[in-house]
Design a protein around this ligand. Structure first.
Ligand code: HEC
Length: 172
C-alpha cells in the first residue's frame, strides 16, 4: 500500500468514528427527550376502557373519576335518605296516587269507590284520620278490600298521607 493511501484510510476511519459517536449521542438524546414527552391518552380508548371496567368493579380513577364518584355517592345518599321508599321517596301525593292508588281508584276497580264526589262523600265524612288509618293498615269494607299502603309495603306513612290528602282534595 502506498503511503498516501494509508494516510487516507487513517483520516477516513477517524471521520467515520467521529460520525458514529455523533450518531450515538443523537440516539441517546432522542431517547431522553422522547421519555420526557407527556403522552396524551387517546380519549376514545380511555372512554372504552372506562366503559369496560365500570360494570365490574365500579372503579373510578382520575379527575373525571372523582366527579363520577361524587355523583354516585350523592345518589347513594339520596337513596339512603329516602330509605329505599318507592317513587324516589317523593311526598308529592299526586305522584304516589298516579303510580299506585290510581290503579284501583281512578276507575273503581275491585270495589274501590268510584272517582266521583258523590261516591266519596260518605268516605270523607269519616274524617281524615280514619281514611289515613285505613290506607296505612288496610281496610276490608262492604264493597271490597283496600290493601295496606295500596299494596306497596315500602311506601312511607308520609307518602300514604300525601296520597290520601291528594285524593280527599280530588274527590271533594
Ligand atoms: C288494589 C286496589 C287498590 C289500590 C291499589 C288502592 N286502593 Fe284504596 N281502596 C280500594 C278498595 C277496594 C276500597 C274500598 C274498600 C271498601 O270500602 O270496601 C278502597 C278504599 C280506600 C279509601 C277509603 C277508606 C274508607 O275508610 O272508606 C281510601 C282513603 C283509600 N282507599 C286510599 C288509597 C290510597 C291512598 C292508595 C294508594 C296509596 C290506595 N287507596 C290504593 C282498593 C285499592
Amino acid at each position: 500500500m502506498r503511503n498516501h493511501d494509508l494516510d487516507f484510510l487513517k483520516r477516513f476511519s477517524l471521520i467515520i468514528a467521529a460520525l458514529f459517536g455523533v450518531m450515538v449521542v443523537l440516539i441517546l438524546a432522542a431517547l431522553y427527550f422522547n421519555s420526557r414527552k407527556v403522552v396524551e391518552p387517546n380519549p376514545i380508548a380511555e372512554a372504552r376502557t372506562i366503559e369496560r371496567i365500570k360494570p365490574l368493579g365500579g372503579v373510578y380513577a382520575g379527575e373525571t373519576g372523582a366527579a363520577q364518584a361524587a355523583v354516585a355517592a350523592q345518589a347513594a345518599a339520596t337513596a339512603a335518605a329516602a330509605g329505599g321508599a318507592p317513587f324516589g321517596g317523593t311526598t308529592d301525593g299526586s305522584v304516589v296516587y298516579q303510580n299506585l292508588c290510581a290503579a284501583c281508584h281512578a276507575n273503581g276497580a275491585g270495589g274501590a269507590p268510584a272517582p266521583t264526589a258523590a261516591a266519596w262523600a260518605p268516605r270523607l265524612a269519616q274524617g281524615r284520620d280514619t281514611l289515613i288509618r285505613h290506607s296505612i293498615e288496610g281496610f276490608q269494607g262492604a264493597s271490597g278490600f283496600m290493601p295496606a299502603r295500596g299494596g306497596n309495603a315500602r311506601l312511607t306513612d308520609e307518602q300514604v298521607i300525601a296520597a290520601v290528602d291528594y285524593m280527599m282534595e280530588k274527590y271533594r
